[in-house]
Design a protein around this ligand. Sequence first.
Ligand SMILES: [Zn+2]
Length: 516
Amino acid sequence: MGRNRKKEGYQDGAKVLGTYPLETVLDDIGEYNREFQGYLVRMSSLRYHTFAKGLKCAYCDLVGSFFALQESYNGDREGKQPRAHFNLYALDPRDGTWVLMTKDHILPRAEGGKDTLDNLVTACRRCNAKKADKLDFKPPRKPKRSRKKRRKDIMAHFAATVERITIEPHPDADRLELAAVGDYRAVVGKGQFKTGDLVAYIPEQAVVPDPLLEEMGLKGRLAGKAQNRVKAIKLRGVLSQGLCYPAREGWEEGQDVTEELGIVKYVPPIPSQMDGEVYGAGFDYTVKYDIENYKRFPDVLVEGEPVVFTEKIHGTWTQVGVVPDALAHEEHGTLMVTSKGFAEQGIVLIPNEENEDNLYFRAVRANNIEAAVRDAFDYMLKAGDPVFVLGETFGSGVQDLGYGYDPRKDNIGFRVFDIYVGVPGHGRYLNDDELDDACKDMNLDRVPVLYRGPFSKEVMAQHTDGTETVSGEGQHIREGIVMRPQTERRHPSLGRVQLKSVSEHYLLRKGGTEYN
Ligand SMILES: [Zn+2]
């Protein structure tokens, strides 16, 4: 690559003239030449035909979400007409950078593979490079498919959905208004929307493709290295969470448009201490866990309902599962330790020597959790039920908040927030009082309980902000609280009733990390 080619406006060595939504190219393939921005583009490329077969990398999870028009040559030379070509890009959910999508020869050319459409698949540049001419290429750490089909989980998850908004005046600005979705507020331009309009509500943590940012006039104005990640901000004193994008023709309320918009959820890189050797155990061995925000489900908790509030600790989500012998993995045994990101994919850390320094295993050892579970839940395991202790591992260096712990000095914080008994999807979470008893039995600390009593918005607000109560010294801000009924119950659209209320100071803090 030439020097100085990584500067802004260049991708893969060629000048970016603009970005375009997928249909600009995919609907026009075959037409010989077309002109874009004064440049001639050959539209019959075999690459475009390959992309039309599938936008997803054949070897990993990246999906091409937009095209960039890039200069082939500018016409300066020999009076030739300027030419350009389209490149397909995926967004890396870890940092929002553009990953070039290429056409890949299934049977490599070196092996006599042909340049024909049936021998071509879409592959991201990373996988293509790793594959090179190896016939038996398998990308690293691709989870094995679960033996059973993944159960459809009704738990809400990260998505851009079509919502009907209510417009409210902005208390402190003439040219701005507030769009309300549930209890969320997103700042929008005055007159841009009216009450009752349908919008795609793009939540925090979304990585947004360039064409969409351009359409919304927000290019280069969001967070992250690539300036394309949605973060909470305070605009003239009002907390703004998420973006509103005008609904396209035919969209219906509640529709999930995440894929259509090319949006992906931001996935932070895995720090080495949290990474390790893994295997695909499947979804019977991992608990899928998400806590929705109260603002999105403001009507689920009922005024006066007996609830328990616990402090939400900013560490890393940890599963310590012990399964009965009958359900043991034939190679890796009965201990199912995993992180949130891995658990979402049915992946478990291998309990071997290579993983000895892995943070999660260190937390398990330091707190003697495996033995404690075997002891306290002996009867359950004998009855054939797996037990999953879910807790937060934390301390300085894990995230930006330390709570007085420092795993680098062998002082690892660990607190239990849930215990799930049974095969995931078929078992249940322990109720508040049962969880208390179990933690005492296991000699493990639970996350701090801040409140037990009737629910109200006022008590929620009282406990959301403040200082942490883990260290006993109030060392820094509190992330927020987790609220749930004292007796577990479910809700038709939320699933398990459990909501978080996040402190504004936490959302707006500088230098925050979100590893998991
Ligand atoms: Zn790939």
